[in-house]
Design a protein around this ligand. Structure first.
Ligand SMILES: NC(=O)c1ccc[n+]([C@@H]2O[C@H](COP(=O)([O-])OP(=O)(O)OC[C@H]3O[C@@H](n4cnc5c(N)ncnc54)[C@H](O)[C@@H]3O)[C@@H](O)[C@H]2O)c1
Length: 258
């Protein structure tokens, strides 16, 4: 898709593993160059080693000084930025009564502040290329559930931030969209999905399975690419049908099997 002498450049946060790493790999396959951002330095250095066209930048997206420095370093390396994928995220599931302010802030500072900070730092460069932002929310931001007072609220805020950004950046020809993944068996999910939660997800998902990292990456790369040139302000749920489904799915599925 790209001119190899002048490849487009994407910045992917949370790129050391999971959905961010799968997105990096897919962008590289499509001819992009990728600035891989993560705060887990050992893992980032290990996985970026040998990825042609990728360059690691250690940065905590929740720290304004880190983000400003990262923006300067990426631009010094690439000279341009065509897409920003705000993917870095943390999950912490717990009842409201146990979610003290420290736990709340830990979730908000990465999941929401990080999206805000990275976008603010890179929007000037994106305006120059008429680029795109893809923010990663979650089905937990589309539908409320127990245990997600901080996580679900942070992701709902990312969905609205996406629309704010799209509204204001449209006249600069910068598109902003959001992918809301369903459950994917990454390190983040394994830490918070109990066997009961896994069983409940299967009951609530028409495709009746977890997603894979590369299936979420396909949606992200599409929205980042010029193939989505007339799409902005949208939330694409890559979730096996979870968000569109109402009550009674397991019972109906059983009936249809007969
Ligand atoms: N896995 C799922 O089931 C699922 C579902 C819905 C949404 N999501 C969202 O997808 C995104 C990626 O999740 P994943 O499952 O691949 O998680 P993961 O834990 O496998 O990877 C997240 C990466 O982000 C990095 N990171 C976290 N906080 C950071 C910070 N402050 N600064 C820089 N890097 C930071 C981590 O070091 C890690 O490499 C997250 O935003 C997550 O909320 C995941």
């Amino acid at each position: 898709m790209t001119n190899s002498s002048n490849p487009p450049v994407a910045v992917v946060t949370g790129a050391a593993r999971g959905i961010g790493l799968a997105t990096t790999q897919l962008l590289l396959e499509d001819g992009w160059h990728v600035a891989m951002i993560d705060r887990d330095e050992p893992e980032l250095m290990k996985v970026s080693n040998g990825l042609t066209g990728a360059r690691p930048f250690v940065c905590d997206v929740s720290v304004p000084e880190d983000v400003d420095q990262m923006a300067r370093q990426v631009l010094a390396w690439s000279g341009r930025i065509d897409a920003l994928v705000n993917n870095a995220g943390v999950a912490d599931f717990g009842p409201m009564a146990d979610t003290d302010f420290k736990r709340w802030r830990t979730v908000m500072e990465t999941n929401l502040d990080g999206v805000f900070l990275c976008s603010q730092a890179l929007i000037p460069a994106l305006k120059q290329t008429h680029g795109a932002i893809v923010n990663i929310a979650s089905i937990s931001g589309l539908r409320a559930s127990t245990l997600r007072v901080a996580y679900g609220t942070s992701k709902a805020a990312v969905i609205h931030l996406t629309k704010q950004q799209a509204a204001e950046l449209g006249e600069h020809n910068v598109r902003v969209n959001c992918v809301a993944p369903g459950p994917v068996r990454t390190k983040l999910a394994i830490a918070v999905h109990s066997p009961e939660i896994i069983a409940a997800y299967h009951d609530a998902i028409p495709l009746n399975r977890y997603g894979a990292e590369h299936e979420i990456a396909q949606a992200i790369v599409f929205l980042a690419s010029p193939k989505a040139s007339y799409i902005t302000g949208q939330v694409l749920a890559a979730d096996g049908g979870f968000e569109s489904t109402g009550v009674g799915l397991p019972a109906l599925r059983t009936k249809l099997d007969k």
